[in-house]
Design a protein around this ligand. Sequence first.
Ligand code: 5GP
Ligand code: ZN
Length: 155
Amino acid sequence: MLSSLGLKGRGLGRPRSAISSEFSESKGAGYAESVLFLYTERAMSCLFCKIVEGAIPSTAIYQDDLCYAFADIHPQAPVHVLIAPREHIVSLADGEEADRALFGHLLWVAARIARDKDLAAGYRVVVNTGEDGGQTVDHLHFHLLGGRSLTWPPG
Ligand code: 5GP
Ligand code: ZN
């Protein structure tokens, strides 16, 4: 699965490109270690990282090598599923070139869950991003909402 998507080798332990060798060469070796420390610290204290790892219980809906989907604790519709990458990525705005296939995969998973949940009448996929976007958990997640008629525009 990972290799078919060209995504093998990515995971929580792997620093993102902020600590690429090019960057660390320009800033000094100690800088890369500091960024790695901060990255690891943030991931370790992240609610959704803990849910993905199973350290905090959740109701699993779907999972694969790249993502974990679980029921929202405060559902806003009869079906309200959160789809989160296993890797700690803060938000859609933090996507890198290497995340293109992963982001597409998350959308594909949303559609697959919608099919499994018989949401043939329609549904909505929402990615709240940043403060103005209403994001409250700083680990990328797609909301899949369905099972009722949804109003537009959102607030
Ligand atoms: P956001 O506001 O970041 O777009 O969405 C965060 C979502 O996570 C909210 O819909 C909220 O209800 C959900 N959530 C927050 N804490 C937990 C939790 O501990 N478990 C589960 N399953 N969902 C949570
Ligand atoms: Zn996280």
